[in-house]
Design a protein around this ligand. Structure first.
Ligand SMILES: [Zn+2]
Ligand SMILES: [Zn+2]
Length: 749
């Protein structure tokens, strides 16, 4: 006989871990106890040494699906305590406090089977769940995670549910959101005027949707607007009402087979599409079409993830447009009353329920790259799962930027990035942002000792950071935008030291006071240098140029000595440029894409962020290997030769598809050449790719390859997004280095 002390770190609470342990212990005839700790669970077990060893060895592979085991520590001794049987010790509140919280997980196979089983007591019950599935993060008000501290506190369990809850053999043992039609929440249906409609709520909603109407559906982390995907006039009606003219909608397909009818799906894409996180996956359209859903060649598809979704589809609906319900860039709606008020005139009906959404959490959005999720938005299904680093950072707060606002909080070796919040450009979003910081701080018991924010003083996130640092008298570090991107990619890949960063996005304030975004940086967490960039572009009318991208086309043509007469308002732009009124310069890669997209006639005015670049990518032909002339001087890419050649291609005329491909090939080639120059000078061989431009798959599929062919090691994002949403991870990493490791007085940064 032997005694074993075992510590399991990770997400092991609220995921059916203890019943699993109970079964294992009984099977191996072990004795002892299990209890929750701040980082997971602790066990003391006694039995035959090889049985104990087997228990430990098989833990990771046999653990319940939702458990995330990060580390198992154990030691053996011969000092026996002679336990009698096996005990699950109840923990004190404090001990729960630091424990990781599970994200919301889609309905499991077992629950889905019961949902469809006419003899099950939860037949067609839209809130069926168990320890392996269902809501978590979105219903939790506070820790410890038990029913009283979730939105389920309003629903006392009936006897039948209570028996399941206390039965360790049952799949619902200690499943906090467990409920049934007798004791749990219910759905109801309201018409456009907010009057409750009698009858089966789900059938009422289905009927309306099938007849081409728009129905607001309350889901897990917010309210969606749902309508038929197969009738363009329905989609156009939704666009009109939502004032969303061109931005693509996401689809929810009944199953993978339905999705396959409209998209090509690789094995990796299928795996991620069907994963319990159920993100929206950007898939390639089978053939051109579905223009009413997406104007480019991909479409965002997710599968149903709540029982309610499954019931909504039934047997006869294959695909629905599912778009977050919000008004003019405010966060996703989540409250019944708010939805009924604000969606008046938009929704023709409301499928709502009486389980409150405690925390909003929008759908996640990703592509699949190298077999993994490549995030555009990391949210439902992933948050609040932390990013683990191999370094103890203590408690820090990083406030992110402005677009795709995000914050991260650190504790020990974990970084907790928040869910999708939105662009910090209005008070509603700001108030959600502030509330979520408080919520995360309470959930994970974090009191930051230092704060990082963007260098841009006008961002609401910077103002928040400034105010808070002052009030709490804690240090504040202002971090250059693209340095934070680079650090984010480094932290994401768990690397340190000095690297080359190719950091491409739309905009970020540079240390020289101008807008950057087509940057080559060198350095590490502690400091950076600007090694190269693209030739600056004057933005005629400042921010307006990001929308009216023909302004940028005008400037680029003019600067390159090409004819600009074909551009509307060219005389006005000419005068503004000459007088230099409101024409700030930018080295943003996004602006270069804008200009080219407009020059070749893809778009002259954008209705959503990055539209020009997205459509340019979509237009590009495959199989084009040539580039335009790459002119580089002192590691600055002079795009004027390229623009002249594009202009001349247009006169021939070459197709937009060929020009788009040649343009991106040129950018890729330019990046490789500049990296080679930097390597020669500084001996750096590792390259990090970050910034929103790396959502462009044409570039992502080719640039890393081209760099590797030149002998570089290349790092791309893995766990957070390459766009500004992922930036706060980099801010935390820099703050940790400057504040904790270097003990730097912040002024020297
Ligand atoms: Zn389940
Ligand atoms: Zn019940």
């Amino acid at each position: 006989m032997e005694h074993a002390d075992i510590k399991v770190h990770g997400i092991v609470q609220g995921v059916g871990f203890r019943p699993f342990i109970h079964k294992q212990v009984r099977f191996l005839k072990l004795t002892g106890f299990i209890k929750n700790t701040s980082s997971g669970v602790e066990l003391e077990l006694e039995g035959e040494k090889n049985d104990l060893q087997e228990f430990i060895n098989t833990l990771p592979e046999r653990a319940p699906k939702l458990a995330v085991i990060e580390k198992v520590e154990y030691s053996f001794s011969d000092k026996l305590k002679n336990f009698k049987g096996f005990e699950i010790k109840q923990s004190k509140t404090e001990a729960f406090r630091n424990t990781l919280i599970s994200p919301d997980i889609c309905i499991c196979e077992d629950c889905l089977r019961e949902l469809k089983d006419p003899f099950d007591r939860r037949y067609r019950y839209p809130f069926i769940n168990c320890t392996n599935c269902g809501p978590r993060f979105t219903i939790i008000k506070d820790v410890p995670y038990d029913r009283a501290k979730t939105s389920m506190s309003a629903f006392p369990m009936c006897d039948a549910c209570d028996r399941e809850y206390h039965d360790i053999e049952n799949r619902r043992y200690h499943a906090q959101p467990d409920c049934c039609p007798d004791c749990g929440p219910y759905v109801f249906f309201m018409d456009a005027e907010g009057r409750e409609v009698p009858g089966d709520a789900i059938e009422n909603a289905r009927k309306l949707i099938k007849n081409g109407f728009i129905v607001a559906v309350k889901g897990l982390g917010g309210i969606h607007l749902a309508c038929r995907a197969d009738t363009p006039e329905t989609a156009l009606g939704l666009r009109h009402r939502k004032q969303r003219d061109e931005k693509p909608f996401a689809l929810m397909c009944r199953d993978t087979e339905s999705a396959e009818k409209i998209c090509d799906i690789s094995d990796d894409e299928r795996r991620i599409l069907e994963s319990p996180q159920r993100p929206i996956v950007l898939l390639r359209k089978k053939e051109k079409g579905l223009w009413h859903i997406s104007e480019n060649n991909s479409v965002g598809v997710m599968l149903p993830y709540t029982p309610l979704h499954y019931l909504l589809f039934g047997e006869d609906i294959e695909a629905l447009i599912m778009t977050s319900a919000n008004i003019s860039d405010t966060p996703i709606m989540y409250d019944n009353i708010q939805a009924l008020e604000q969606l008046r005139g938009i929704a023709d009906g409301f499928l709502l329920h009486n389980r409150d959404i405690q925390t909003r959490c929008d759908d996640s959005l990703c592509r699949v790259y190298e077999g993994r999720e490549y995030f555009i938005r990391r949210s439902r299904g992933y948050v609040p799962f932390p990013i683990k680093r191999e370094i103890n950072m203590g408690m820090l707060l990083a406030c992110g930027a402005e677009q795709k606002a995000s914050f991260s909080l650190s504790k020990d070796d974990y970084v907790f990035p928040c869910q999708h919040i939105g662009d910090l450009k209005n008070l509603e979003t700001l108030s959600l942002y502030e509330a979520q910081i408080s919520h995360f701080e309470r959930l994970f018991d974090i009191a930051p000792r230092a704060i990082a924010c963007d260098l841009h003083p006008d961002y609401m996130s910077s103002e928040y950071a400034e105010k808070r640092a002052k009030a709490e008298k804690i240090p504040l570090l202002k971090i250059q935008h693209h340095h934070a991107h680079m650090a984010s990619c480094m932290a994401d890949n768990s690397i340190s030291g000095d690297v080359i960063g190719i950091i491409w996005d739309g905009t970020g304030l540079g240390t020289d006071g101008t807008s950057w975004g087509g940057e080559f940086l060198t350095g590490g967490f502690e400091s950076f240098e600007r090694a190269g960039h693209i030739r600056p572009i004057k933005l005629i009318g400042g921010d307006k140029a990001a929308e009216e991208i023909s302004r940028t086309a005008f400037y680029m043509l003019k600067d390159s000595g090409c004819d600009t007469e074909s551009i509307e308002n060219s005389e006005l732009y000419s005068r503004m440029l000459e007088a230099d009124i409101n024409c700030p310069v930018s080295t943003g890669m996004g602006r270069l894409f804008d200009g080219v997209a407009s020059i070749i006639g893809i778009k002259s005015t954008c209705s959503y962020e990055g539209q020009g670049a997205i459509l340019l990518e979509a237009a590009a032909a495959e199989g084009i290997a040539v580039t335009y002339t790459v002119s580089i001087k002192d590691k600055v890419f002079d795009w004027r030769n390229m623009v002249r050649e594009i202009y001349s291609d247009l006169q021939h005329p070459a197709g937009k598809d060929v020009i788009s491909a040649k343009f991106m090939n040129t950018i890729i080639h330019m990046a490789v050449l500049i990296c080679r120059d930097i390597r020669e000078e500084k001996g750096l061989n590792r390259v990090c790719l970050s910034g929103g431009t790396f959502q462009n798959m044409y570039i992502l599929r080719r640039l890393p390859k081209a760099l590797k062919e030149s002998g570089f090691e290349v790092y791309t994002h893995r766990r957070v997004s390459c766009n500004d949403e992922g930036l706060s991870l980099g801010q935390i990493a820099i703050l940790n280095e400057v504040y904790n490791v270097s003990g730097n007085s912040f002024k020297t940064y």
